[in-house]
Write a protein that binds this ligand. Structure first.
Ligand SMILES: [Zn+2]
Length: 239
């Protein structure tokens, strides 16, 4: 796609090969072009970030507060390597009320500054913005730095994601691949065998999701930032 045109020079004894830069007549797609519709925090009624949260301890400071609210210092493409998939377990109803309940759980019960996931996807295929992508999530204990957390609403011990939900998740993942340039996709349970998240009926689809998005499947790509601890050491998901 990026290759320029090859032009053979005329009238010379040896053809002159000139590689032209992409002339702009077929511009490469930018991540924004493929961004699926994502309901903003304002649209679903998210509460603002609470930097007094007891378990995020205010803002990150290297050395003195490694578990704090950590804004990635490098570009997002340099900061992320892995997308981690979750389910919401008992919080499976649709719509903003569920999101507000998950945010309440994470803020009030878990003591985090904000909802821990970066994105959530409901059964109708609506995608919701969670924690800002510029900030380390709180979704996979010990593996939060450099991983983006995506939660599909539902309890996938008992049912598989709907087609609309799977299609939306794949659209989101494909867009994140363009935006963040990750190498791997994994389920929460692969990082933490003690949880059943994201549930066996979603877990069975994840290798196919990874392949469809051009990612490798598993935890091998995870590379935590050298100068930051791995964020809140709690399992976000109820189950
Ligand atoms: Zn999880």
């Amino acid at each position: 796609m990026a290759a320029g045109a090859l032009i053979a020079g005329l009238g010379a004894s040896r053809p002159q090969i000139v590689i032209l830069p992409n002339g702009g007549d077929s511009p490469e797609l930018q991540p924004e072009d493929n961004r699926p519709r994502i309901l903003s925090r304002g649209e679903w009624g998210a509460l603002p970030v609470d930097h007094t949260a007891r378990n995020e301890y205010g803002l990150y400071r290297e050395g003195s507060n490694p578990y704090g609210w950590y804004v990635y210092p490098a570009s997002l493409r340099e900061s992320y390597q892995t997308l981690i998939i979750h389910h919401s377990a008992v919080y499976e109803a649709d719509g903003p009320a569920t999101l507000m309940e998950i945010q309440r759980l994470h803020r009030d019960d878990r003591g985090w500054a904000d909802v821990g996931y970066h994105f959530m996807v409901d059964k109708d295929g609506t995608i919701y913005q969670g924690r800002d992508l510029t900030v380390r999530g709180a979704h996979t204990a010990g593996f939060n730095t450099g991983s983006a957390g995506i939660c599909l609403l539902g309890d996938f011990r008992f049912e598989a994601p709907s087609k609309d939900q799977s299609d939306a998740a794949l659209a989101l993942i494909r867009w994140l691949v363009e935006l963040l340039d990750p190498t791997h996709l994994a389920g929460h349970q692969q990082f933490n065998p003690a949880t059943i998240c994201p549930g066996p009926l979603l877990a069975a689809q994840m290798e196919g999701l990874a392949r469809a998005a051009g990612l490798r499947f598993g935890i091998d790509g995870y590379r935590p930032a050298a100068n930051a601890a791995d964020g809140c050491g709690c399992c976000t998901c109820v189950l």
